[in-house]
Write a protein that binds this ligand. Structure first.
Ligand SMILES: NC(=O)c1ccc[n+]([C@@H]2O[C@H](COP(=O)([O-])OP(=O)(O)OC[C@H]3O[C@@H](n4cnc5c(N)ncnc54)[C@H](O)[C@@H]3O)[C@@H](O)[C@H]2O)c1
Length: 246
């Protein structure tokens, strides 16, 4: 049992920014080889370049089945298999609105990326993952509770938690673990440009009194990916500065 990931092959979606980039860095630091998948290829390339031959960038829109499958094929072709998948790519709501005011286009895109995208990736990953593998899905505290004006996001993350638990049951006997991380609010580009007053209120809503740093989420993802978490599956693990304890 160990935190080390030497010889393991990982894919990280949304690996070009924020939490995903932090996950790539921690998985590589622990010895894994990583496919950095992102819809913004330049960002994925920049992150992958930090690790030379042990990382490769691919341009992937997780909402496209063929892209999800190509990502997994890249892991197999470049590094010989797949052991770890971090399904992290996600989008937030562009503007907060009540259910009655939520546009169909916004609803569709958030669900397409955050839920269908995670399903397309998991489907491709689980078909190729080796025994002892680990899938970690980036949910949110919004996978357990709700926030006004964010119906598409909240629905996508609640559904992702259900999908995680179902996959954990489906693959337990295959020796593959599947878990979700319930991140509190994290200081990433997803939060950029938000109203400073709103951000201060969000920070105060976490008992620790601040937003998380991406590394504080990535370290739990890396733990779940490792054999140190060998008896953890089907779990929703809050990493939220106490947000859900209130
Ligand atoms: N930042 C937060 O407060 C917070 C809190 C809880 C959960 N999360 C979740 O963590 C994950 C990462 O968020 P982040 O804060 O690092 O955001 P971010 O915007 O910094 O990074 C998201 C990455 O996903 C990529 N991406 C977006 N759509 C994509 C698609 N269709 N296909 C492939 N890549 C795509 C983006 O290009 C970007 O690189 C998301 O699933 C988000 O819902 C974030």
């Amino acid at each position: 049992m160990s935190y080390a990931l030497e010889g393991k092959v990982a894919v990280v979606t949304g690996g070009g920014s924020g939490i995903g980039a932090a996950c790539v860095r921690q998985l590589c630091a622990l010895g894994a080889s990583v496919v950095v998948a992102d819809i913004v290829f330049d960002n994925a390339t920049l992150v992958a370049k930090e690790f030379g031959d042990r990382a490769v960038a691919v341009e992937v829109d997780v909402a496209r089945v063929e892209d999800a499958e190509r990502m997994v094929e890249t892991a197999v072709a470049h590094f010989g298999g797949l052991d770890i998948a971090v399904n992290n790519a996600g989008v937030g709501v562009p503007v907060k609105a009540s259910v009655g005011d939520t546009g169909f286009e916004e609803w569709r895109r958030v669900l397409d990326v955050n839920l269908d995208g995670a399903f397309f990736c998991m489907r491709a990953e689980l078909r190729r993952m080796r025994k002892g593998g680990s899938v970690v899905n980036l949910a949110s505290v919004m996978g357990a509770v709700a926030a006004e004006g964010s119906s598409s996001y909240v629905a996508s993350k609640h559904a992702l938690v259900g999908l995680t638990k179902t996959a954990a049951l489906d693959y337990a006997t295959a020796g593959i673990r599947v878990n979700a991380v319930g991140a509190g609010f994290v200081d990433t580009p997803l939060m950029a440009g938000r109203d400073p007053e709103w951000l201060a209120a969000v920070a105060a809503s976490h008992p620790l009194g601040r937003l998380a740093q991406p590394d504080e989420i990535a370290s739990v993802v890396a733990f779940l990916a490792s054999s140190a978490a060998s008896f953890v599956t089907g779990a929703f693990i809050p990493v939220d500065g106490g947000y859900l304890a209130r």
